[in-house]
Ligand binder design. Sequence first.
Ligand SMILES: *[C@@H]1O[C@H](CO)[C@@H](O)[C@H](O)[C@H]1NC(C)=O
Ligand SMILES: *[C@@H]1O[C@H](CO)[C@@H](O)[C@H](O)[C@H]1NC(C)=O
Ligand SMILES: *[C@@H]1O[C@H](CO)[C@@H](O)[C@H](O)[C@H]1NC(C)=O
Ligand SMILES: *[C@@H]1O[C@H](CO)[C@@H](O)[C@H](O)[C@H]1NC(C)=O
Ligand SMILES: *[C@@H]1O[C@H](CO)[C@@H](O)[C@H](O)[C@H]1NC(C)=O
Ligand SMILES: *[C@@H]1O[C@H](CO)[C@@H](O)[C@H](O)[C@H]1NC(C)=O
Length: 761
Amino acid sequence: MMDRTKMLCVIWLCIFPMSDSKSIPIGMFRTECQDRHFWLAVRSNFLGYTFRFDVEGGHGVHTVTGPWAAECGYTTALDASGDLTLRASYLACHVKNQEDSELQLLVWFVNQGVHGEEASYPLLLTCQLQQPWNPREIVCEENYMEVSVLKPTPPDDQKGTEWMNPAPVSPEEGLSEWRVVFHVPVVSEEPGEAGAMREETVPVGMAHLLGYYINSTGSRILLRCPYGSRLSYPMQVNGIEVELVSATVLYKHQWTLLRVDTSVACATREAVLAETHIVWSFPQVLSPVVQLPVTRRRVRVGVEGQYLSSCMAQQWGYQIQEQEGTVEIRVPFGAKGGLLKSHVSDNEYSQSYFLDLFYLHEWEDAQWSLTQQRTFRPVSLRRQPQTPRVINNTVASEGAFSVALGVFPPDVSLVNVTIAGRTVSWSEGGGRLGLGLSHVPFPNGTHAYLLQAPFSHPLVSQRYLGDRHRRYTLSVIFSLLVSPEADLYHHPAMVETDLQDVELPRIEGQCTQRGVELQLHYGNVDADWTVYMGGQRLDWELMQLAGYSLVVKNDQFSMDVPLFSQGMTYEGLGMEGLLVSAQLSVVHSDTGEDITHRQHCVFPMYELLVCLPDGRVVVLIDTSEVFPPIDPKWTSLLNPSCRPLETNHTRALFSFTIESCGTVKILIDGQLHYINEVRYTPKYLSHKKPPSNHHLNFRIPVGCIHPANGTRTLSIFQPQNHTPSPATSRSRRLRSHSTEHWKQPFLTGERDRRTATRDVY
Ligand SMILES: *[C@@H]1O[C@H](CO)[C@@H](O)[C@H](O)[C@H]1NC(C)=O
Ligand SMILES: *[C@@H]1O[C@H](CO)[C@@H](O)[C@H](O)[C@H]1NC(C)=O
Ligand SMILES: *[C@@H]1O[C@H](CO)[C@@H](O)[C@H](O)[C@H]1NC(C)=O
Ligand SMILES: *[C@@H]1O[C@H](CO)[C@@H](O)[C@H](O)[C@H]1NC(C)=O
Ligand SMILES: *[C@@H]1O[C@H](CO)[C@@H](O)[C@H](O)[C@H]1NC(C)=O
Ligand SMILES: *[C@@H]1O[C@H](CO)[C@@H](O)[C@H](O)[C@H]1NC(C)=O
């Protein structure tokens, strides 16, 4: 795919009398025959303390350096990997040229040690021209401009065969008689006169002194000069900076004076980085050296002296765009063909990119049937900040996070990742921990790292958001190593996903014989829920104090709350018994969302007395064991008009306030005792016998004790002997007036005020 003409030879020339020449170490030199250049590279690790190239010429040895190198067609550089490179034009000074197609150059590579000791390595470069010379060829090197044109054929009538098949006469015969006419703009103070040109005709010898190398080979006439030489001038073509030398060479051939245009122009704009691409622009038509119309044009781009096929250019992302008279070569930063190098400093990641870029631009115009222009502009972009990208590949339905970090050149490798404080090394792989850690190579030579972690993984954090939504967060630090400096770079990444996958806690309740049983099913978000029993936070202390018994299972707990224990709420007393409720809640500490269950239960009661904080007294009386039987319908309080609220054959339910129904109030020790009693008070019917004494003995004391000036609380009293039995049944008749008959199953007064006011009424 590449137009690569392999190097032809590197020869150890032992005939040279240089005493300290060394034999050539294998692999330290690479040479290539490129289009119009010899190319030679010396490995960086072979370079001495100082080093140089010498070339062997007719009159001795020249060191390849400075203006001499530029005038003579040599370019040296240290490339991105530190290798020393030499590009020498096929038309360079001291190249042995056989008919412009067999080219040979003897180069000495000279290494110098710290103490000045030298070692020289002679290299004979031989190249065979692969592509024949074109009528005009322009080279825009880093340090010089070069144009070579076909020696014009003399007019038909004087055409000599020597021109077609050069005679074995020295080609530079008569060179000293040549003249060069330079066209230069007139430097004028008057703005109106801009654009005026003047001519300056100088002999070749004088041109040499001005830095111009002018010579001829078998078939070509050549002009070369460094940039910025005298008589060259800058201009703008289509907004792009161009340096131009406008020159005509005049020479005599036999009896004819011939003139040939050796003007040369090079676009000097450097490639720039525009966001993600390197952009290098030059004019479509290099107007100072073009005579319109241009009939055909072509641009080819290459790196390191090799052309890219359009297929490869496309694959590597290189583009050539032409618009509005400008050609733009666009190369993605870091693209193949160049060298990408990573750096870390202060945990900032950056990349340097080196690209040995060149292009060939060829065209046909009215003057030259074909012009080829080769332009070389190595690009060197140092330490461009390049924050690695975190790529979120997570697909919620797959139930796992998938996060990649990249893309990196080969000099970056992952050492370990740290998730929620836990470090997993790359060699460990993460598989043992249920994590996936993998390397993702890309076809363009870069790579990325991929981390996968199931949402349910313990190192993935979860947060409940309310309404059954949950946020999973994977927070990771990738630790990477940059070679060969062994610098560490840490890159944090965080990905999260919200799912409506929460199974909320669920509470169930049942009424049991002894009280209420409550079950809490935890659901699938266990963290951050607080449990409240009857409005009070459920903890061990409360459980112990209140006498709850707890059975804990994997996914739930169940708790027995005894009747009359703390946490039970009085709802009412009726004929059917005592109505109570127990309320269990779970409250999410972040969202405040609460899940509450209130279990209502009715407990059948034989007899019961309830003192309410509002001063009401509710009392249930049973008469089943009274002998002789009485009808509860005919019972009343001290005030006979206070009749039962409800009755059946054996029970009577009273409800009254302590300020009514003849209630007697006594202050004892700062407490007010409110005393009343249930009596048998049938309506007298004249024809009926009055009630017996027995019946008049039926008196059940009822009453409440409240603090004289404190807050009244709820209290519930049961008969001392509330389990009816035949033995005690008869004693009913002998009941005393004492309120001590009633035993308090729980005392609201002993309870925490806060909770008492909340759950008891
Ligand atoms: C011109 O080229 C010839 C042969 O290539 C060479 O011998 C001569 O030295 C060159 N002239 C100059 C001035 O370099
Ligand atoms: C290399 O390939 C990766 C993955 O396709 C891409 O993200 C990156 O931009 C490419 N790099 C260059 C310089 O083209
Ligand atoms: C993670 O890698 C870095 C770099 O090698 C190292 O300094 C650090 O100790 C590693 N951490 C663990 C826990 O292995
Ligand atoms: C990552 O991907 C998930 C799933 O597609 C998405 O919910 C989330 O918003 C993405 N972004 C981040 C920063 O986590
Ligand atoms: C009176 O009502 C209570 C509670 O509803 C019941 O248990 C009892 O059997 C009833 N008595 C009669 C005689 O119906
Ligand atoms: C209640 O009354 C007594 C005596 O009347 C008094 O000493 C006491 O401070 C009072 N307490 C309250 C809480 O008001």
